[in-house]
Design a protein around this ligand. Structure first.
Ligand code: EPS
Length: 340
């Protein structure tokens, strides 16, 4: 099983993270991690903060001679955008501020928003890049795309860029839907004997754990509820690659709805928790949309769960051991699946 933890604040000195349970023998170049971080950082719709960050990731442990050793992997990303945040008792509506202030008994919203910030997802991507690399070496292919931006489908990159620019000029923000697809997963990952063995519950938890994600579906998802059994079972792709919480040998399809960033450049009316006066809370630095970055984060969040499920089913302290067992399983199950 893989376990990971992150720490660090948005404008603190560092983000840090630890990944444990990762097999030895996985070759991963520093450029591989940088490339994944760059995809997240430079995704369309981000704020000016991304031009300040470099997201250079230092590997502190768990690597030797360019490959993982099986020891815990510790990572560090230095933050560049380190302005000292001014304390504020004005919660930004729709953000973590109000429930976080109540939860921790503080009148300083900054204390809450510093950790709740999507900045933390840089570390999740860095950790996830190890899982992504492992899956890649096992010929499992993960991709993502943004399906819709606001209320309309995304047709071209130019169309999306134009709409993001228009939203920014109008002082608005946009949500959207992203999709993660995974091909060549072996059948039988996950389980049905307990609710938390079901792979859908674990993927759901991981993807709903991405900042701003409010909806999650597998395959046909919510649309399945409106279909009759004949129509629903007639189209095998509607399963989204999972039956009863297990991979069924088909491509896995996951979709997430991302809410529009609540921090509006024109501000939103809020109540100061110290004075109880109404005031305008203005977010000058918010992203116009988080959906393109969330799609990249979604690949990594899914990869961490899938790599963990693979290690649970096949064990293996080293990549060669894991690969041997997986190849054998693919050969055996393939004999049956090909005849269906
Ligand atoms: C964020 C607000 C912005 C985003 C940030 C998430 O940061 P700032 O307040 O410093 O301008 O750019 O995201 C990142 C820094 C990142 O790396 O993803 C927020 O309020 O969640």
């Amino acid at each position: 099983m893989l376990r990971y933890l992150t720490a660090g604040e948005s404008h603190g000195e560092y983000l840090s993270g630890v990944l444990e349970g990762f097999p030895s023998g996985v070759r991963i170049a520093p450029e591989y991690i940088s490339a994944q971080l760059r995809r997240r950082r430079l995704a369309p719709g981000r704020s000016a903060r991304q031009a300040i960050e470099t997201d250079r990731c230092e590997v502190l442990s768990g690597l030797g001679g360019g490959a993982t050793t099986g020891a815990p992997i510790a990572l560090l990303i230095k933050n560049s955008g380190r302005r000292p945040p001014t304390p504020s008792s004005l919660p930004r509506p729709g953000h973590a501020d109000l429930p976080g202030m109540l939860k921790y008994g503080t009148l300083n919203a900054v204390q809450v928003r510093e950790r709740a910030s999507a900045r933390e997802t840089a570390m999740r991507v860095a950790l996830g890049s190890f899982a992504l690399r492992l899956l890649e070496l096992l010929e499992v292919k993960i991709r993502s795309r943004v399906v819709s931006l606001g209320s309309r489908p995304v047709t071209t990159a130019k169309d999306a860029a134009d709409r993001l620019l228009r939203a920014r000029r109008d002082g608005d923000t946009l949500g959207g839907v992203f999709e993660v697809t995974v091909e060549n997963l072996p059948a039988g990952l996950g389980g049905f004997a307990q609710w938390d063995h079901r792979l859908g519950s674990r993927l759901g938890a991981s993807l709903l754990g991405i900042n701003g994600v409010k909806g999650f579906e597998v395959g046909g998802g919510f649309a399945l509820a409106a279909l009759g059994g004949r129509a629903a079972s007639g189209d095998l792709s509607l399963s989204g690659g999972l039956d009863a919480g297990m991979t069924n040998g088909r491509a896995l399809t996951l979709r997430c709805a991302v809410k529009p960033v609540p921090g509006l450049p024109g501000g939103a009316l809020s109540t100061d928790l110290r004075t109880f006066r109404k005031e305008l809370s203005v977010s000058k630095t918010s992203d116009t949309s988080a959906v393109f970055a969330a799609a990249v984060i979604g690949e990594h969040a899914a990869a961490l769960e899938l790599a963990s499920a693979l290690l649970e089913k096949f064990g293996g302290d080293s990549l060669p051991e894991l690969r041997r067992r997986l190849d054998e399983w693919r050969k055996d199950t393939g004999k049956i699946l090909r005849r269906l």
